[in-house]
Design a protein around this ligand. Sequence first.
Ligand code: ADP
Length: 410
Amino acid sequence: TDQALQQSVDELSMLQQLDRDLNATLDLNHILNITLDRMLAMCGGVSGVIVLLDEEDSPNQYVSRGYDRSFQAEPDMFNAGLIGRVVASKEPHVTGNVHEEPDYVVINFRTQSQITLPFINKQELIGVIAIESDQLDAFSPELTATAVRITNHAAIAIANAILYQKVNEANLAKSEFVSMVSHELKTPMTSMRGYTDLMLSGMTGELTEQQRKFLETIAANIRRMGRQISDLTDISRIETGRLHMVIEPTAVVQVVNETLQTVQPLCQEKNIRLNLELPEDLPPVLADKNRLVQVLTNLLSNACKYSPPDTETRLAFEEKLLPDENGVDKPMVLCTVADQGYGISEEDQKKLFAKFFRSEDANIRQSQGTGLGLSITKGIIELQGGAIWVESKLGQGTTFYFTIPAAHPV
Ligand code: ADP
């Protein structure tokens, strides 16, 4: 009894360890490799393979161990042999002597016995594992029972990883679709903008006051559509890793000047005072200048949009030594954008950088927006090797901080 109990305890702790290892990742290949290695070690196998099946139960992917180097199977090959048999029956199969099996196909000439088990998740067959041994009758009923339990645990992890892979593929397909559509929209937009500008210039004939007003409304909306399209393009480029950046030493003062050209009129409209703290000895930063202008424009125009009139916004820069992901101190420039606006609730702060997020707050909804700006901003800052974070109190104001690597020496 003691021995049987000890065996159960050992098996349980082995399964626990396996679960921990499997749950630590969503990488399908890694999960398949862990499962195959554990099964080989547990059964004392000389070779083995895990084959995954598609929706039609056709083999579409495999990992293997212990076969001859020249073994390069086409997934189709697993339609036959003992694996094909388990795919058809969905039942475990154990043979003490493969040479007595009519279905057996030789891959490893040392193989004497084989265990072949289905991976079943929610009644669906998702794959099959085969472990081969160079001993006759290598798989006792106890060993088989443990192996079945391992495959049951692994099946869940494999199914999750497949799902994760599918979600990622769907996400990528969506990003590529958005990228294609936004690119296609650019040509008709350019034509619309061109003709509107031409008519507004008076070259196509005198305009009545009303015609001019209508055309100006059209032109303003075309500009807005253009901004939305370029936001969508940026987001899909960030997501697919195709955002092109030219990172070089850049003077912050130049970035600030360019940004203020667009932002100052917005501030003046609402009588928001902009206080700038830009130390003379601030080093240049390693950044893409136009993208940095985009980041600063987004943060400052948000500060204006989401603040009541007659308030102040502070824009400050300072050099700081900050630890990188390896804990090594790096010279960075820290930028602070602090407003006295409507603020962001703690609940909203958690979702702030997600795509399309906009607060439900009525004050916020008064201003137009797509909810893409901060998500793009975060993407650009991280691609430049910096970080962004926020501190905010509802009704009191919001402070965004972001960092950019300093360019040392110039
Ligand atoms: P948009 O401004 O187009 O809505 P953003 O991605 O720039 O998109 O911002 C997302 C949301 O974050 C805003 O809709 C608002 O709810 C909140 N937000 C951003 N900046 C501020 C700020 N300075 N003060 C208060 N809320 C802000």
